[in-house]
Design a protein around this ligand. Structure first.
Ligand code: DGL
Length: 267
């Protein structure tokens, strides 16, 4: 039996395409409906109540599209609203914090650094999950809000990117051996982050680990799409489809196999 219903993914914007790409690469037969809430991005500066309201709204839209699973591909929403999304449905719901935590614990032996939006860091979700699974692990966290703008602008390897990264991450030097990129927008800045922190620090991008968890969960529940036909990818945003496609291409480079974006009104 092959379950060809799509996987639903949402993010506050288009940064979650990094998670879509990892899932599509690992599970090419799966169809995906992606929703980017570009009308209300950023979530990283908002209150918990607002993040919950928007996330529930996004999940309802995906459920109306007949999805068999929801992936919350936004660290801020995963940190604040995962339980609320879980309560909406009997289908599996997977956030990106779980994957980031598991991957970090596999790679760190001294201490783990976590960077993310203001709301993600304020939630304390990463340190508490890390310490739930591995009590006593030292975690240092820091909000790096300007990274989102740098990634969107495509400024991932210029002087400004280097200066901002140095300013934010100087205090991590020599203190950690793994750094969780706890925001969907940060993976394009991997190069500059690595050059500031040095090769001794492993950078953790939760996208790949999340894709692995998605595959495992679908298989365990008998929900996998099988066969050699590639799944269909549908992209929807709540504002500015043209700009979203442009920023998406900037974030993912030429690998983005997306032809068009639909504008949806879920507000
Ligand atoms: N998607 C958000 C996250 O991963 C970053 C952008 C925002 O602030 O909404 O935390």
């Amino acid at each position: 039996m092959s379950d060809t219903r799509p996987i639903g993914i949402f993010d506050s914007g288009i940064g979650g395409l990094t998670v879509l790409r990892a899932i599509h690469e690992l599970l090419p037969a799966e169809s995906i409906v992606y929703l980017g809430d570009t009308a209300r991005v950023p979530y990283g500066t908002k209150s918990k109540e607002t993040i919950i309201k928007y996330s529930v709204n996004n999940a309802r839209f995906l459920l109306s599209q007949g999805v068999k699973m929801i992936v919350v591909a936004c660290n801020t929403a995963s940190a604040h609203a995962l339980d609320d999304v879980v309560r909406l449905t009997d289908y599996p719901v997977i956030g990106v914090v779980e994957g980031g935590v598991i991957a970090a614990l596999k790679k760190a032996s001294v201490a783990i650094g976590v960077i993310g939006t203001e709301a993600t860091i304020r939630s304390n979700k990463y340190p508490s999950e890390i310490n739930r699974l591995h009590p006593g692990t030292k975690v240092i966290s820091k909000a790096c809000p300007l990274f989102v703008a740098l990634a969107e602008e495509g400024w991932t390897d210029n002087e400004v990117a280097h200066a901002v990264t140095k300013e934010y991450l100087q205090e991590f030097k020599g203190k950690i051996d793994a750094l969780v990129l706890g925001c969907t927008h940060y993976p394009p800045l991997k190069g500059v982050i690595q050059s500031v922190l040095g090769d001794g620090v492993r950078l953790i991008d939760s996208a790949e680990e999340t894709a692995r968890i998605v595959g495992e969960r679908l298989t365990g529940l008998g929900l996998r799409a099988n066969g050699s036909t590639r799944g269909k990818i549908s992209l929807a945003v709540t504002d500015s489809p043209e700009r979203s496609l442009e920023v998406g291409r900037r974030l993912l480079g030429e690998n983005l196999e997306i032809s068009g974006v639909t504008l949806v009104d879920i507000i």
